[in-house]
Design a protein around this ligand. Structure first.
Ligand code: ZN
Length: 62
């Protein structure tokens, strides 16, 4: 009886960042390591980029 070597599938493991939420502004998943900002209107988490784009679209004034 010979010892079989198992196929080493673990080496092919792809690391996918965990999804921690969903962007309030564009609806895309927010993943670990992405820059995020907490909005108050609408209430929720969004990408910093999306927040800046939204601010620019509204003129940045309140
Ligand atoms: Zn976004």
């Amino acid at each position: 009886m010979s010892a079989r070597s198992l196929p080493n599938l673990a080496r092919q493991r792809v690391v996918v960042p965990a999804v921690i939420g969903r962007c309030k502004l564009d609806g895309d998943p927010i993943r670990t390591g992405e820059a995020t900002v907490w909005l108050t209107d609408p209430m929720g988490l969004s990408h910093v980029e999306c927040k800046q784009r939204a601010d620019a679209a509204t003129g940045g004034g309140a």
